[in-house]
Structures are given as structure tokens and as C-alpha cells.
Design a protein around this ligand. Structure first.
Ligand SMILES: NC(=O)c1ccc[n+]([C@@H]2O[C@H](COP(=O)([O-])OP(=O)(O)OC[C@H]3O[C@@H](n4cnc5c(N)ncnc54)[C@H](O)[C@@H]3O)[C@@H](O)[C@H]2O)c1
Ligand SMILES: O=P(O)(O)OC[C@H](O)CO
Length: 701
């Protein structure tokens, strides 16, 4: 655990950039679409002035004073007194601190890309140097040194160095100390939960402390903060002949004691990562300086006064808190919008609404409780559907008899429903998806960092080839898009029958986020890193389900139906591999593969309508069409399989692959009356037969 070798200071002193060179607005402000807060901007301007550089600014003077204040506080904490307010500091001498954040500061907090925490008395209730001194039984000496420092008889750096030398400990002592003071016993209440909630939102967390790296690393590890995110000083060890550390010889505190230690750490973070918006949380002057000490320092400083209240620091902070609950409650909550209101859209929004309602009971909830649902208004609905849903929480047309939940709010305006959404769920029949996306793109309302997921099963055919719906969303709207696919008959899941699905993601963090929203006790989610495979499976199985329905209409037995399904699965796999060679084989064994194929071919709408169509055709009804059956049998719900068959056939034809896909080709030829329906059972011949002269029938759209 101990680092070998001499003293290592991980923070090189970076030259300070003049304000003008850092003139690009802080991206956090860009992200929230406003100029930087006057308060923060003014402070930074002051600091970048030549006057500051010459160490004449009021801030720097107060920075020098704070070293004394810090020493007093450290001393007080170490001797166990823990005053609420350190000696020498008083609220009477300072304006009241901002206990309520301004809108700008709240925005900065909610849009943070990274949050840096001080360690002593911010993450831990103690200060590690003091605790070590106590552990080694030299509290008294340490106290005397600190008193000397406080009286100005020796400087603070020297006091720290001497204190460290006095400790005189070995690597084994440190191990014993860490054993006796495990991180879990030292944490400030709520800090662990806050850090977990930040990380769950994709916010990077750093520890920046003037303390020892050796002491901070176990804390970081307990909080699952990677060691690369810990900025501290390193102990310097006397080494034996084999280079093994034997005794602590000191610590290079010179840089840590500098007033710009923490802002330099943040400058360094900025150089390494493209963060727009960095927040510093801490209790002392050095934490305030993380923002004030450099134009490239933190964008905002939140002063934590839960262990030690320091009026001189708190009054200059952007936000003063005494408990992490305040930050937890103010974390960003994702707004969710469902685009679609059919049977599956309503079932899915019901599950999502259940999850957001449950989550919103927790202080650090990721999600806004209410879920907006864009409802396409069908001209022929008898009652105002939007009003009906909002009053009765039921979609009487597409999912009758099912309570959607009070927190599902219907809206008939697509733009209004989507403009504030952080998470967009697309679940409209696939033939409408391009129009919907175009409308949204033209309105330019989609948030830059919004995430999408598509539940739509289908594709779009263009001259260049097929485009899956998730690709189209990403292309047209410029946002990340996952997919949810599986054996999911809407009505069964709305009744909370056990079911499962996969969420396939391009970005694992997005996958995990969507899993939190969709996972229910009756709806299990598997994550899969194969978006094209999952989405093509969900799309192609609709063609096979049409074939299975035709077989049912012909009165086929189980063997024949199993043959159709097996051949269908084989052609699904072949098509996927032809189009996207990276599609994984195991995807076909997931819910989106063979399971969805079975569910749809036994219980789906495509099967049902195709059965009726084939039965009537086989009995000689030449007039019956899928379009009329869709209208008569599905009360507004949409078939996807017939249209998908045409779309896939266009690709097969264009690429000369028709005979490689005999079942797909035969199903399409039957739909268009080019071969009789009973040729389904002779699909290997039917795909090659000369076609009848019949005009191709339009597919329902
Ligand atoms: N229903 C299911 O069991 C199920 C399960 C899994 C996946 N899916 C897939 O989800 C997608 C949506 O299916 P669904 O069941 O929610 O819908 P649906 O089949 O019930 O279709 C009806 C919906 O389409 C809307 N609509 C009609 N005309 C429209 C237009 N011009 N523009 C926009 N919307 C219009 C209607 O208002 C209604 O909301 C499909 O791709 C389907 O394959 C469905
Ligand atoms: O009813 P279908 O045929 O549209 O299929 C519904 C779902 O896709 C089944 O997973």
C-alpha cells in the first residue's frame, strides 16, 4: 500500500493563464445557455488582475490569514474540542452565507461534469494528521507546535513538517492506523450516498486534499473513487538497502501549503479532461481558493459547514450547506418523455412511471416523478383522448382497463412534450418515426445531452441500404440511442405477467440508466452490447410472425409451425450478419431473439391478422387485404410485419439475395398474391416460382 521512494509531489506548478487566454465561457454556462454568473465572473476577474498576481488582493491577504485560521481549527479538531466555529472567526464579522443557492449556482451544481471534494472535515469528520498524532500518542507535541504556528512563532509548513517528523512511524504503524480507523467509521453522514448519486449520473468525483495520499487512498477506495482522481501530498520515506520503506522521514508540504494548491489541481484536471463545469466542495480557505485562485479553477465553491463552520470562508462561498442532504435534494432529476401512446407505449410508460414514482421518494432520486407522454391525436377518437388520460389515467383506445398511473401526463404537442426531456423513449409504429424525428429536429428543441431509447420494431429503407430506427434517431437528432427489445406482448406485461427484455446500448452508462427505469419485479432487463443485433431481431421476427400466422390460417400442425420458426430464425441471423457482421451470436438466444420470435408467432398481432388473412385467402376470398383486417381487428393498433416484409424484400431484391432468404421471399410473394398462400409450406420452391401477374398490394401504413 505504501509508496516507495522519496518525496513526490504530484502537482507540478502550472503557470497561471491570464484571464483573456481563458476567455471561452465556462461550458457549464454554455450548457445552461446563459452567461457566467456575474458573481463568479467578477470574482475571477479580480483574481486575474495584476494586483492579485502581486499578492496584494484582499483575497490573498485573507488567504494568508486563513492559514492561521486553519491551523487553529486543525488544532481544535485534533484535541477533540470540535468547536462549531473556530477561534478567531465569528459570524459577527461576516455577511450571512448563501444558504439558498442562486438559480445560476443551482444550474452549475445540476450540470456539473466533475465535483472535487476536500477530504479533512468535508468527507471525513476528522483531520488525518491530527488523528495520526493522536494514534501515535504525540497529541501534546502536535498541539504545542500548532499553538506556536498560531502565535506566528513558526510557520505553518514548518509546524506540519515537524509534526510529521515527530510521528516517527513505520509502514506497519500506518497499516495499524488504517485498521483501527476504517474509512466507514470516519465519513461525514450522507457523503457516501451523495458521491454514489453523483457517479450514477455520470459525474466524475475527485478528492483534492493537502493531506496524505496514503491516508486518502483508503477513503477513496471505500467511496469507489479511482486512485487517479486523488490529488494529495505523498509521504517521504527513509528506505532500506532493498529500497523498502522503513521510517517516515517527512513530507513535502511546501506546495500543499501554497495558497494555489487546489486550484492548480483543478487546472490539471481541466487539461486532462474536457470538463465544462467543475464544482469544489470543502470547508476551508484552500477550498475556496480552488475557485478563486485561478481563472481555470472551479466554477463554483460549495462550503460545507457540517463539521466545522468557518464564517470567513462560508460568507464568500456560492452556497453554504450544513448537511449533504441539501445537495442530494438538489441533484439533477432527469425528465422523461414517452413519444408514442399505442399499446406498447402505454405499457412501457406505465412501468417507467412506476419506477420514477418509487425513485422520487428517495432524496437522491435520478428521476423526476412525472413522465410526459406524447399522444398522437387520432381524428376519429370519440372523446378527447389527452383529457381522458389526464383525468382517468387510462388510454381507453390502446390499452383499455389499465391504470397508467397518476404521474403519466399526456400531451398532444410533440415539441412541448420533448423540449425539456433528458430521457426520450421512442415507441411509435416505425412508419411514423422518420416524420416524428424530422419534426423534432426542425424545431431544434432536443437537449444536446439528452439520451434516447427506441422500443420501436422496424427499419427504414433508403437507397444506401437499411437504417434501423435507433440509427435514424441518432442521425436526425444527434443523440445517443439505446434499444429495448424482447418477447413483450403489451397486454400481458400491462397485467404484470412475468416477462423480460434486453436493453442494447452503445454506451454502457446509458444502458444502466435505462435499466433503472424499465426494470420492474415482473419485467427483467438484461444488458447487451449489441444494438444492431437486438434491433434487427426485433424487426425481422415480425416477418416470421406473419409467416407463422399464415401457417395457422392454413391449419398447420406443430411440426410445420416449428419449421417456419426455425427457418425464420436462421434467415434472421443470416440477414443480420449480412447487414452487420459484428452482430453477436448470443443475441439470438436473448429475449430479443428466439424468445420474441416465439412470443410473437404465438401471441402477437401480426400472427393474428395473418392467420385471418391466410384463412380467408385459402378459402378463396380474393378481396381481403391486410389493411382492412388491420383496421377491423386491431382498433387503431398498427401491424409492422407486412410493411417490414416489403422493406426487407427491397433490400434482398436490390442486393440479389432473394434466393438466399427463401422464407422471407415466399412470405412477401404471398402477401402480394404472387404465389398462393398454401405455397408457404413449399417455401423453397415458392421463392423461385415465376410470379403471377397480379399487381402488388399496398402494405398497411
Ligand atoms: N404492442 C405490442 O405488444 C408491442 C410490443 C413490443 C414492441 N412493439 C413495437 O412498438 C411500436 C409501437 O407499438 P404500439 O403497440 O405502442 O403502437 P400501436 O401498434 O398500438 O399503434 C398505435 C399508435 O400509433 C399512433 N399513430 C397512428 N397514426 C399515427 C401517426 N400518423 N403518427 C404518429 N402516431 C400515429 C396512434 O395514435 C397510437 O398511439 C411498434 O414498432 C411495435 O412493433 C409493440
Ligand atoms: O403484436 P406484434 O406482432 O406486433 O408483436 C408484439 C411484440 O413485438 C412482441 O414482442
Amino acid at each position: 500500500m505504501l509508496l516507495k521512494g522519496g518525496s513526490v509531489n504530484p502537482l507540478p506548478c502550472a503557470p497561471q493563464r491570464p484571464r483573456a487566454a481563458a476567455a471561452q465561457p465556462r461550458a457549464a454556462c454554455r450548457a445552461v445557455g446563459r452567461p457566467q454568473a456575474p458573481l463568479l465572473g467578477a470574482r475571477k476577474q479580480l483574481l486575474s488582475s495584476p494586483c492579485f498576481a502581486k499578492e496584494q488582493s484582499p483575497l490573498l491577504r485573507s488567504g494568508q490569514q486563513h492559514a492561521r485560521g486553519d491551523a487553529l481549527v486543525a488544532h481544535a479538531a485534533e484535541v477533540g474540542q470540535r468547536p462549531t466555529i473556530p477561534a478567531g472567526d465569528s459570524w459577527a464579522n461576516h455577511p450571512p452565507p448563501p444558504t439558498t443557492p442562486s438559480e445560476q449556482v443551482l444550474d452549475l451544481w445540476q450540470q456539473a461534469d466533475a465535483v472535487c471534494f476536500d477530504v479533512d472535515r468535508t468527507v471525513t469528520t476528522d483531520a488525518s494528521v491530527g488523528l495520526l498524532a493522536k494514534f501515535m500518542g504525540i497529541e501534546h507535541e502536535a498541539q504545542t507546535l500548532m499553538e506556536q504556528a498560531n502565535r506566528g512563532e513558526i510557520n505553518l509548513t514548518k509546524a506540519f513538517e515537524e509534526r510529521l517528523a515527530n510521528l516517527n512511524f513505520s509502514p506497519a504503524d500506518i497499516d495499524r492506523f488504517l485498521e483501527q480507523h476504517p474509512p466507514a467509521t470516519r465519513l461525514v453522514p450522507g457523503v457516501q450516498e451523495l458521491i454514489a448519486a453523483l457517479k450514477a449520473r455520470g459525474v466524475e468525483v475527485f478528492l483534492i486534499s493537502g493531506g496524505f495520499r496514503e491516508m486518502a487512498l483508503p477513503i477513496a477506495s471505500h467511496l469507489q473513487i479511482p486512485a487517479k482522481n486523488v490529488f494529495c501530498n505523498t509521504m517521504s520515506w527513509q528506505l532500506d538497502d532493498n529500497g523498502e520503506p522503513i521510517r517516515l522521514q517527512g513530507l513535502d508540504m511546501t506546495r500543499a501549503a501554497e495558497s494555489h494548491f487546489k486550484s492548480r489541481a483543478i487546472e490539471r484536471i481541466r487539461r486532462k479532461y474536457p470538463y465544462n463545469n467543475i464544482i469544489m466542495v470543502g470547508d476551508g480557505f484552500s477550498d475556496l481558493e480552488a475557485m478563486q485562485g485561478s481563472p481555470d479553477g472551479a466554477d463554483a465553491f460549495i462550503c460545507f459547514g457540517g463539521v466545522m463552520e468557518r464564517p470567513a470562508v462560508a460568507s464568500q462561498a456560492d452556497w453554504f450547506i450544513r448537511s449533504y442532504d441539501e445537495l442530494m435534494k438538489s441533484l439533477k432529476r432527469y425528465k422523461v418523455t414517452m413519444v408514442g401512446s399505442g399499446a406498447w407505449a402505454c405499457t412501457a410508460v406505465r412501468m417507467v412511471g412506476q419506477s420514477t414514482a418509487e425513485a422520487s421518494q428517495q432524496p437522491g432520486s435520478m428521476f423526476d416523478k412525472n413522465v410526459t407522454m406524447w399522444v398522437h391525436e387520432d381524428k376519429n377518437s370519440e372523446r378527447n383522448l389527452i383529457q381522458y388520460i389526464n383525468e382517468n389515467h387510462e388510454n381507453y383506445i390502446y390499452l383499455p382497463g389499465i391504470d397508467l398511473g397518476e404521474n403519466v401526463i399526456a400531451d398532444n404537442d410533440l415539441i412541448r412534450a420533448c423540449k425539456d426531456a433528458d430521457l426520450l423513449i421512442f415507441c411509435a409504429p416505425h412508419q411514423f418515426m422518420h416524420g416524428i424525428c424530422k419534426q423534432l429536429a426542425a424545431a431544434r428543441v432536443i437537449k444536446r445531452d439528452a439520451k434516447a431509447i427506441s422500443l420501436t420494431k422496424g427499419m427504414r429503407v433508403r437507397a444506401e441500404g437499411p437504417q434501423m430506427i435507433s440509427q435514424m434517431i441518432t442521425r436526425v437528432l444527434g443523440i445517443d440511442c439505446s434499444v429495448l427489445m424482447g418477447a413483450n406482448i403489451a397486454g400481458d406485461i400491462a397485467r404484470e405477467e412475468l416477462s423480460e427484455a434486453v436493453i442494447a446500448y452503445a454506451n454502457r452508462e446509458s444502458g444502466l440508466l435505462w435499466q433503472q427505469l424499465f426494470q420492474r419485479p415482473y419485467f427483467a432487463i438484461n444488458l447487451l452490447a449489441d444494438v444492431p443485433g437486438a434491433e434487427m431481431c426485433g424487426t425481422l421476427k415480425n416477418i416470421v410472425a406473419v409467416g407463422a400466422g399464415m401457417g395457422d390460417g392454413l391449419g398447420c400442425g406443430s411440426n410445420s409451425k416449428a419449421s417456419i420458426l426455425r427457418q425464420g430464425l436462421s434467415e434472421m441471423r443470416k440477414f443480420c450478419k449480412f447487414i452487420s457482421p459484428t452482430v453477436r451470436d448470443d443475441t439470438f438466444f436473448e429475449s430479443c431473439g428466439v424468445a420474441d420470435l416465439i412470443a410473437s408467432s404465438y401471441g402477437g398481432r401480426n400472427r393474428k391478422v395473418a392467420e385471418e388473412w391466410a384463412r380467408r385467402r385459402n378459402e378463396g376470398d380474393e378481396v381481403v387485404t391486410f389493411e382492412t383486417l388491420e383496421r377491423d381487428m386491431l382498433s387503431g393498433q398498427k401491424l409492422q410485419g407486412v410493411l417490414t416484409s416489403d422493406e426487407v424484400q427491397e433490400i434482398l431484391h436490390a442486393r440479389g439475395w432473394e434466393l438466399e432468404f427463401p422464407l422471407f421471399t415466399t412470405i412477401n410473394r404471398i402477401i402480394h398474391g404472387e404465389v398462393p398462400v398454401n405455397m408457404l409450406l413449399r417455401y423453397r420452391e415458392a421463392c423461385k416460382m415465376p410470379g403471377s401477374k397480379k399487381k402488388r398490394q399496398a402494405s398497411p401504413a
